[in-house]
Structure formats: structure tokens, C-alpha cells
Design a binder for this molecule. Structure first.
Ligand SMILES: Cc1cc2nc3c(=O)[nH]c(=O)nc-3n(C[C@H](O)[C@H](O)[C@H](O)COP(=O)(O)OP(=O)(O)OC[C@H]3O[C@@H](n4cnc5c(N)ncnc54)[C@H](O)[C@@H]3O)c2cc1C
Length: 470
């Protein structure tokens, strides 16, 4: 039988489809069904694929049925967690998509300060429940990101410099393997799989739930934005590159170079002009945080600022609006060896020709707790990376695709010499050589061996794929 999803779908008869439906607690959607288009939609509007079948899983057994059905019928299989990944592998053309978005249960254990979350959770689902107990899980900075893809790639955000990556706080995961078994991966059970899940993406099975260690955070955090002038870009970025590396791990300061969004505290004349947005979060007393942020406030003559004690939940959703669903997006990314003077020059050169008002260059500072975990501990690599250079382009009109993609690609090419590796979760659909660049050679060999063991037929290949060699 053909392995192509579309061909295989032609061979599925209504009897087989009804047989699958009868085993499910969740819904089985076909292209003509109500809800099908919503279920197949993902964050990046560049991706418009039509699975032959979608299972809206309600529990682990639905996932097992889906995995078994895809394997037995040689269907291409895609897994949608939060549907946020820019590469768009959460949805397949033809084949079967497992939509986990109904699996959103969150159970906090306040005594142990742990939380068990189902795989369809968005980060906002987790913050909402954990904050009831003054807790948070280390995760990303846009609240409608899915916990699944984020965690399986690594997961960093405002508290990771102090508390580690999402994977550094992962205690266990429930996984449905390619042969339809439900197993646990943790330090004690299937530790080889546990190693691979922490950075190796969705290559080894479908995770149905994660258990995390939480950290005490909030309910308010000292946080805010300082808007530096683009005229001062070279001097500010050089200062920033050195200063943020001297800060304690409870202070995280990032940089976003872009046309100014219409922030209410900015003079309307600044809206749309190139600026350097400097967002920060401090996980301690406001007074101490103010001292640490003061040199940035005093640098040059900022256009404006908004800072103070903000509810953690509100801060976590503060960037959602700029990253809403439905726009076309193309990203290129590097882990930087350093934010050197020559690299800063390239950033400034390219930003001067930024192709649209919603494009940005995002430069998070990464050092801290993640770098203190040994490189062998998890599949996630390049833990000592000081900065990431993330080139985000975002637009609406398909006729302009080449303009945006071309700018991002050229920018990426001309900054390659400053790079060492990439974060797998920031990859577009760039092919196997680029996937390899997200890992050390040693980790890649171990990942391939793990793939040979857990998924030798590459059932799970709609992802940043690690091809089996078995
Ligand atoms: C606006 C924006 C902001 C972001 N901010 C951050 C950030 O602050 N920090 C950070 O670390 N990352 C960030 N990311 C990257 C993010 O981590 C990835 O896009 C991640 O893949 C999103 O997870 P998801 O579940 O929403 O994605 P999906 O698109 O649903 O999934 C991505 C891939 O993961 C696999 N997968 C998903 N769920 C499962 C599962 N349950 N079991 C097995 N495999 C699965 C599949 O292969 C799927 O193709 C951001 C992305 C965007 C678009």
C-alpha cells in the first residue's frame, strides 16, 4: 500500500472510517464536517493543509486508536498540540491529524509544587491554574503557545534563566509509542526516551501529558518595557550585550528591534518608527529590580517606558496581540556565539530595510540556569548560548511572500558566521541538515539510535525529523 496519505485515504472505505469512529470518545472529522476547518487551522497562515481525517482526541485512548489506525493504514500522521509552530508540521496534507486541543486538564499538587498537564494545554491554561497557588512552570512568552511542542523542543521564557528550561523542570511524560503502547518516560522509567523527549521534538511518540516541577512566581512581578532610540542602536546594543551578562539570573532583559507598535505610553509620532524595545522581568523585590534596570533607563534618551509590578498572568499575555493567529509568518534563527560588534552592525544594516511593520528581530539573553545543566543530560544542545538571533517576518498578503522570505533569508545568510547552532523550535521547514544543527554530533547520534528503537518506520515524521537508519 502507498505510504502517501492521499493515496492511502482513497483506499479507506467508509466501513473502516466508521470502525475508527466507533472506538473514539472524541470526534472524527472529515473534510465536509462542521469544525473541520477550525481543527486544521494553525498559527501560521502560510500553512494550509487538508488532512483526510482529524481525530479530536479527548483522552489517551483516542491517541492510541489514532496512532494504530495511521500505522495500520500507512497514513501520514501529524500531531497538533497548540498548533503554534512556525514550520507548520502540526497539520498534514491527506493522512490523519491528531488534534489534542481538547485535552486541556491541569492538576496542581500544591504540596509538592508540581503540576500535571494534558498535552493540548496552552501556556495560559497552566498559568491560570498554577497561579492559584503562587506557582508557575518555566515556559514561553506568548500565552497561546502549546505546552507540547514548546516542551519537546526545550522551552525558554522569562523565568528560565533562574529556574531552567521547561525540560529542566519536566519530571515525567506519558507517551503513546509508534506501536500503540502507553508508557511513562521519566528519570526512572524509560530514561533513554526521557532524554530524547527533552529536546528531540515529537520524533518518538505522542506525549499525552507532562508532569512539571513548578517555581514560586508572582502573583505580581516587577517587569516592563523601555523603548530605546534606533539612532543609538549601535551604542545601545553594545552596552546591552555586555550589561545583561552581568545581571543575576532573577533579572532577564531582552531586546527586540522593530518598528514601534502603537504602545499607549509612546508619542504617536514614534509609532511605526524603528526602535529597540527592551522588555524585562525581575523575580524579586521591586526596589532591587529598579537598581538593576536603572542603567538601561539612563542609557541615552529613551522614547518612553512602562514599568512596575504587573500580574504574572497579564505579563505572560502581554505579547499575545503582536503574535495573533492568522498572519503569514516566516522565521530564520541562529544561536549566536556572541552579540559582537560585527553582528550588531549586520542587525542594524538589515533592520534599516525591514520589510513590514510587524517584522522584528528578537534577541533574547539565554544564560543562567540552563547553562548549568550538563550537555549530556538532555537532547537539547548549546546550553551555553549567550544570545539567540531570531528573525521574524510577518505579513498578510500572499503576493508579498518573496519580499519577506527573501529579506529574512539574506539576513540569515549574512549572519551565519556569528552562529553556532539553532533552537529546534525556531526552525522553519529547512531540511535535515538544519535539524542536525540544533544538536551536537553526539546528541544527534544518540537521537538516531533512539529513533531506531522507538520509531524505526518513521511513523512520526511530520516534525523536525530525525530519520531512522535501522
Ligand atoms: C509567537 C511565538 C512565540 C514563541 N515563543 C516561544 C518562547 O518564548 N519560548 C520557546 O521556547 N518557544 C517559543 N516559541 C516556539 C514554540 O516553542 C514552538 O512553536 C512550539 O513548537 C509550539 O508548540 P505547539 O504545541 O503550540 O506547536 P504545534 O505546532 O502544535 O506542534 C509542533 C510540533 O511538535 C510536535 N508535537 C506537538 N504536540 C505533540 C505531542 N503532544 N506529542 C508529540 N509531538 C507533538 C509535532 O511534531 C508538531 O508538529 C514561540 C513560537 C511562536 C509562534
Amino acid at each position: 500500500m502507498s505510504k502517501n496519505g492521499k493515496d492511502a485515504q482513497k483506499q479507506l472505505n467508509p466501513h473502516e472510517i466508521e470502525g475508527l469512529r466507533s472506538k473514539l470518545k472524541g470526534q472524527l472529522l472529515l473534510p465536509e464536517d462542521e469544525g473541520y476547518d477550525e481543527a486544521r487551522a494553525i498559527w501560521n497562515a502560510m500553512i494550509n493543509r487538508k488532512p483526510s481525517l482529524i481525530i479530536q482526541c479527548e483522552n489517551t485512548q483516542d491517541v492510541v486508536e489514532g496512532v494504530n489506525f495511521a500505522r495500520n493504514h500507512h497514513l501520514l500522521l501529524a500531531i497538533k498540540g497548540g498548533g503554534h509552530n512556525v514550520a507548520g508540521k502540526a497539520v498534514c496534507e491527506g493522512g490523519l491529524m491528531l488534534d489534542l486541543s481538547l485535552m486541556r486538564n491541569v492538576e496542581v499538587n500544591p504540596e509538592k509544587q508540581t503540576v500535571r498537564v494534558e498535552a493540548g494545554c496552552l501556556l495560559s491554561d497552566i498559568d491560570k491554574e498554577t497561579q492559584e497557588h503562587g506557582l508557575a512552570v518555566s515556559g514561553g512568552i506568548v500565552s497561546h503557545t502549546g505546552v507540547s511542542g514548546l516542551t519537546l523542543g526545550g522551552g525558554f521564557g522569562w523565568i528560565s534563566r533562574k529556574h531552567g528550561l521547561s525540560i529542566d523542570n519536566l519530571l515525567a511524560a506519558e507517551v503513546v509509542t509508534a506501536d500503540g503502547q502507553i508508557i511513562t518516560a521519566s528519570g526512572k522509567e524509560n530514561p533513554d526516551l526521557f532524554w530524547g523527549l527533552r529536546g528531540g521534538g515529537g520524533n518518538f511518540g505522542v506525549v499525552t501529558s507532562f508532569e512539571f516541577q513548578c517555581a514560586e512566581v508572582g502573583p505580581e512581578v516587577f517587569s516592563g518595557l523601555i523603548i530605546q532610540r534606533f539612532e543609538d542602536a549601535k551604542a545601545y546594543m553594545q552596552f546591552h550585550a555586555e550589561y545583561v551578562r552581568t545581571l543575576p539570573d532573577d533579572m532577564t532583559v531582552w531586546m527586540v528591534v522593530r518598528p514601534a507598535p502603537p504602545l499607549p505610553f509612546l508619542d504617536p509620532g514614534v509609532h511605526g518608527k524603528l526602535v529597540i524595545v527592551v522588555p524585562f522581568v525581575y523575580l524579586g523585590d521591586q526596589e532591587k529590580g529598579e537598581k538593576l534596570i536603572q542603567p538601561i533607563r539612563e542609557f541615552g534618551k529613551p522614547h518612553g517606558e512602562a514599568l512596575g509590578m504587573n500580574p504574572w498572568i497579564a505579563w505572560q499575555a502581554g505579547f499575545d496581540g503582536l503574535n495573533s493567529h492568522g498572519a503569514r509568518n516566516y522565521w530564520k534563527s541562529h544561536h549566536l556565539k556572541d552579540l559582537s560588534s560585527a553582528c550588531i552592525d549586520k542587525v542594524i544594516e538589515f533592520v534599516k530595510n525591514i520589510p513590514g511593520p510587524n517584522c522584528e528581530v528578537f534577541i533574547p539573553h539565554m544564560e543562567g540556569a540552563p547553562a548549568r545543566v550538563s550537555e549530556d543530560e538532555t537532547a537539547y544542545a548549546f546550553r551555553k548560548t549567550p544570545f539567540v538571533l531570531n528573525i521574524h517576518t510577518r505579513w498578510e498578503n500572499p503576493a508579498e511572500d518573496q519580499n519577506y522570505i527573501g529579506w529574512a533569508s539574506e539576513f540569515f545568510n549574512q549572519t551565519k558566521s556569528f552562529a553556532n547552532g539553532v533552537y529546534v523550535n525556531f526552525l522553519s521547514d529547512e531540511g535535515e541538515e538544519r535539524v542536525k544543527q540544533a544538536y551536537t554530533t553526539k546528541a544527534w547520534e544518540r537521537l538516531v539510535a533512539l529513533k531506531n528503537k522507538y520509531d524505526p518506520t518513521n511513523l512520526f515524521r511530520m516534525n523536525q525529523n530525525i530519520r531512522p537508519t535501522a
